[in-house]
Design a binder for this molecule. Structure first.
Ligand code: FES
Length: 101
């Protein structure tokens, strides 16, 4: 367990998972940015929005949805934009967080 407003990265069965605590509720998404593989757990979490530390794409950690893509010029220079993250079901039992992958 970790406090609201924070996130952690885990590797589970070869999957990179980001687990975030948003207002006491845990949410899990893919920890690697689809744009150019930025490691999202070292990015910023503000409310329910994760900001990629590499080029700044933003995702809603509660759904995995892309909410802000990289700027158009960067999409051209890097060969494309980003897309939604995969999200995983989370449950909590007796102070233990379970992520279904
Ligand atoms: S690697 Fe995440 S926005 Fe480019």
């Amino acid at each position: 367990m970790f406090p609201p407003g924070t996130m952690r990265g885990f590797t589970v069965k070869y999957a990179y998972i980001l687990l975030a605590n948003v207002d006491g509720n845990f949410h899990a998404v893919t920890a690697v940015c689809p744009h150019m593989r930025g490691y999202l757990p070292i990015g910023m979490l503000e409310g329910n929005i994760i900001k990629c530390p590499v080029h700044g794409s933003q995702y809603d950690v509660t759904t995995g949805k892309l909410v802000k893509d990289v700027p158009g010029v960067l999409r051209v220079l890097t060969g494309g934009g980003s897309h939604d993250l995969m999200s995983y079901p989370v449950s909590v039992e007796d102070e233990t967080v379970y992520v279904e992958i």
